[in-house]
Ligand binder design. Structure first.
Ligand SMILES: [Fe+2]
Length: 286
C-alpha cells in the first residue's frame, strides 16, 4: 500500500490523490477523468496487468553510472551509451541491459510491450481516442530531482509503475495553479516581461521552468509508492520531486488526433488553457 506522509506546514495546496482499484477503474471513468484533468494524482495500488509479473524480478542496476557488461552487445542503434540512455532506457535497450541472453531479453521486451498496451487501455477508457505509446524503463537507483513541473510542450498522457520492492518516494503537494496563486505578483511580473520580449503566447517549457525557480522553498508532502503501484498524472500540471527508487516503468501516450477529443476535454487537457484563469486572476490583481 502506498503511504502518504502529510506535511502540516504546506501552504496553498489544492492537490489531491484519488485512489481507485484496478477493478473499479472502468466504472469510475468520469471521476478519474475529472481528477486527471484537474491536475490530481490517480493511484491504483498493486496494479497487476495480465503478464508474467515475475519477468520483472531482477535486481536493479547498481548505480546511475553503472555500465553493464552487456552494453557492448547492444545493436548499433543503441550504441549511444550516454548516461540517460541507461537511466531512462527505452524498452528494447532496457531489456538488453537486463539480459545478455537474446531470448530472455525478447521475452522481457514482449512483457514490457504488453504492459504498455494494457496501461494504454486505461487511458483509452478515459479519453476514448486512439493513442500512440512509448515507454522508458528506469532500472537504476535514482538521484534526487528538484521539486518541479515537467517542461515539455504539447500533450502527453503519463503513468508510472513501481516495479521495485523498495518504495518509490516522491514529494508532492501542489499543482501549477496552486503555484501561480501562491506567487501571483512574481508570476504577473514575469509574464509581462516575457510578453515584451516574445510578443506571443509563452510556451509550457518557458513558463514551467520559471515556476520551478519559485517553488524550491515550498513545503511538500511525501508519498511512498509500493511495489506495483501505478499512478497516472499530468506531470506538466503536478509538481513532483523524486527522492528514492530503483525500478520503474514510465508510460507515455500521445493522442493521435487531438481534434477527435471533445472540446470540453481538450480545453482542460491543454496546458495553456488549464492555467489561463489563474493567470488572468493574478494579472487582474497586480
Ligand atoms: Fe518530472
Amino acid at each position: 500500500m502506498a503511504e502518504l506522509i502529510p506535511n502540516r506546514k504546506i501552504e496553498g495546496s489544492s492537490f489531491k490523490i484519488v485512489k481507485v482499484s484496478q477493478e473499479a477503474f472502468k466504472d469510475s471513468r468520469d471521476i478519474i477523468l475529472e481528477n486527471y484533468l484537474a491536475g490530481n494524482l490517480i493511484l491504483i495500488e498493486k496494479y497487476l496487468p495480465e503478464v508474467d509479473i515475475n519477468q520483472f524480478n531482477f535486481p536493479a542496476l547498481q548505480t546511475p553510472n553503472y555500465m553493464p557488461d552487456n552494453i557492448s552487445s547492444l545493436t548499433n542503434k543503441y550504441k549511444d551509451i550516454s548516461h540517460w540512455k541507461i537511466k531512462k532506457a527505452q524498452a528494447r535497450t532496457a531489456a538488453q541491459l537486463i539480459h545478455t541472453d537474446k531470448k530472455k531479453a525478447e521475452i522481457l521486451l514482449a512483457t514490457m510491450h504488453s504492459v504498455e498496451k494494457q496501461v494504454g487501455n486505461l487511458f483509452y477508457q478515459l479519453f476514448q481516442v486512439p493513442i500512440t505509446s512509448y515507454s522508458t524503463w528506469r532500472f537504476t537507483r535514482t538521484n534526487h530531482t528538484i521539486y518541479h513541473l515537467d517542461d515539455y510542450n504539447g500533450i502527453l498522457l503519463r503513468a508510472f509503475w513501481n516495479l521495485s520492492t523498495c518504495p518509490r518516494v516522491w514529494n508532492i503537494g501542489h499543482n501549477s495553479n496552486d503555484i501561480i496563486k501562491l506567487f501571483g505578483n512574481k508570476v504577473s511580473t514575469f509574464l509581462q516581461e516575457s510578453a515584451k520580449q516574445t510578443r506571443g503566447e509563452i510556451t509550457t517549457r518557458k513558463f514551467n521552468r520559471y515556476l520551478n525557480t519559485l517553488i524550491q522553498d515550498c513545503e511538500r508532502h511525501t508519498i511512498k509508492f509500493d511495489q506495483y503501484d501505478l499512478w497516472l498524472i499530468d506531470s506538466v500540471k503536478v509538481v513532483h520531486q523524486l527522492k528514492a527508487g530503483d525500478k520503474l516503468g514510465l508510460f507515455n501516450y500521445k493522442i493521435n488526433e487531438v481534434s477527435k477529443l471533445a472540446n470540453t476535454i481538450v480545453e482542460r487537457l491543454n496546458y495553456p488553457n488549464y492555467i489561463r484563469s489563474s493567470i488572468e486572476n493574478v494579472i487582474k490583481k497586480s
